[in-house]
Design a binder for this molecule. Structure first.
Ligand SMILES: [Zn+2]
Length: 466
């Protein structure tokens, strides 16, 4: 497995960076050629063509590439594994793109890439083609200068991320043995911070959805004729909901917090050093207060605490005027953002037990879920990624312990059991998923440099220090 290269002179990136500079136009032209090809997973357009295009590109670069079947669209896997003693880095990305609609809102057509004001405008240029293509060109540049890479590399590019990655977990479970050599995973996706500083993300919250339906009578009835006789479905649901979270913001379901791992000192310090966002959020949303508990710091809320969120409560009469009925039916949809090391199954079982004890006749339905994921901030890999960003971009990255939203990072931390770090290359105003999606040429070229530096720094991590 990993060897220690700390006793070897560090790789000089000057020539690799020179190569990138000398090939800027070529690299821009090739990205334009790539994003010209639509690959819209939700509309089943162009997927196979782009998977083939990638296999050809990788093969030309000297990697061993194939489009591997999955239960959905093919996963492009490309390997350079010529150093059995060296570390192996998995680079994850996705080659599918969001649908371009509404097309009339684009300044130039979504699949006719156009350069304006130092940016390429095209669907998928930032999310995610420009970012994994930058990593591919980083590999190509190393190979052009040194004829080899400082570490082993496995690219995994999936074709249905914009469709919710429904098959990537099964793909890794099924092919686990083929990824047994992987030491660390890195994803380049999403935007850098609005201040222009790069970011390293170490974790994501998980997600568990459920739905509850309650019927208290065959039909809704007259509130005078049957008031105090027929139970009101909405009152019953409201009492049930009130038993799940109190006014102080504490979730009062037995065992709900059982597996929550408190943040480390390092994570707390990183959260405290985040650029402030509370005032801006308050102003933008015209908030009079933050959610309870009032004293909790802004980023702690997003990074280190689970949520129990009522998405919607539907029942009874909400139209014009009055209708004097006792509603017989109510539906509630709830999502839970999970933090490490809660699991969807455990949490949903506890919620269901809580609910059934109080209202045994309730219909409780589990919907989608996703595990949370967190990679250690004090790992030597994290330090290496930080070093790579500084060498390539000359800026200290913001260390972001946990993203509030949910991504399938658990496939790396919980299935392959390796840490995963998200290192966005795109500009903060890349307009992902929206008309006029763009990638600044500067960010793209810095992405290639960063990708090149990542290989060097990850290869030379001293794992004995971990
Ligand atoms: Zn996306």
């Amino acid at each position: 497995m990993p060897c220690t290269q700390s006793d070897v002179a560090p790789l000089d990136l000057t020539r690799v960076f020179d190569h990138i500079r000398a090939n800027e136009q070529n690299f821009i032209d090739r990205l334009i050629d790539y994003v010209r090809r639509p690959s819209i997973s939700t509309q089943n357009t162009g997927i196979d063509d782009v998977a083939r295009f990638l296999v050809d590109e990788f093969t030309r670069m000297g990697l061993d590439a194939k489009a591997m079947p999955s239960k959905g669209y093919p996963v492009v896997v490309a390997r350079w594994e010529k150093k059995p003693e060296a570390r192996t880095v998995l680079l994850y990305g996705h080659y599918d793109v969001q649908p371009p609609e509404p097309i009339e809102e684009w300044t130039s057509p979504p699949f006719e890439p156009t350069i304006r004001n130092g940016r390429i405008y095209a669907r998928g240029v930032s999310d995610n083609k420009g970012q994994h293509f930058a990593q591919m060109l980083a590999v190509e540049s190393h190979l052009a200068i040194y004829g080899e890479l400082p570490c082993n590399v496995v690219f995994v590019l999936e074709g249905e991320e914009e469709n919710g990655s429904p098959n990537i977990a099964d793909f890794f479970r099924e092919h686990k043995a083929e990824f047994a050599n992987v030491d660390v995973a890195v994803t380049a996706d999403g935007p850098i911070h609005i201040s222009g500083r790069p970011i390293i993300h170490f974790g994501v919250r998980g997600l568990a959805f459920f739905e509850m339906k309650l019927r208290t009578a065959k039909r809704s009835v007259h509130s005078g004729q049957f008031g105090n006789v027929v139970p009101n479905a909405i009152w019953k649901m409201v009492h049930l909901l009130a038993s799940m979270k109190n006014e102080k913001g504490e979730i009062t379901i037995d065992g709900f917090y059982d597996h929550v791992t408190p943040p480390s000192e390092l994570e707390l310090r990183a959260a405290a050093k985040m650029p402030p966002a509370e005032a801006e959020t308050r102003a933008a949303l015209e908030l009079k207060e933050l959610d309870q508990p009032a004293e909790r710091p802004y980023y702690d809320r997003i990074m280190f605490h689970p949520t129990l969120n009522i998405q919607g409560l539907h029942g009874g009469y909400g139209g014009e005027g009055m209708q004097t009925i006792i509603p017989h039916e109510v539906v509630v949809k709830i999502d839970i953002r999970l933090v490490e090391a809660q699991t969807p199954d455990d949490v949903l079982a506890k919620v269901e037990a809580h609910v059934r004890r109080r209202v045994p006749e309730i219909e409780f339905r589990r919907l989608n879920s996703m595990f949370p994921s967190k990679s250690p901030m004090d790992s030597p890999y994290a330090g290496a990624i930080q070093g790579a960003i500084v060498e390539a971009q000359h800026v200290e990255p913001i260390l972001y312990p946990v993203v509030g939203g949910s991504l399938p990072d658990y496939v790396f931390t919980k299935i392959l059991k390796v840490p995963v770090y998200l290192v966005p290359y795109a500009n903060a105003d890349a307009a992902n998923h929206a008309p006029d999606e763009n990638l600044s040429l500067e960010r793209y070229l810095l992405g290639i440099r960063t990708g090149a530096a990542l290989l060097k720094h990850l290869a030379s991590v001293d794992v004995k220090a971990s």
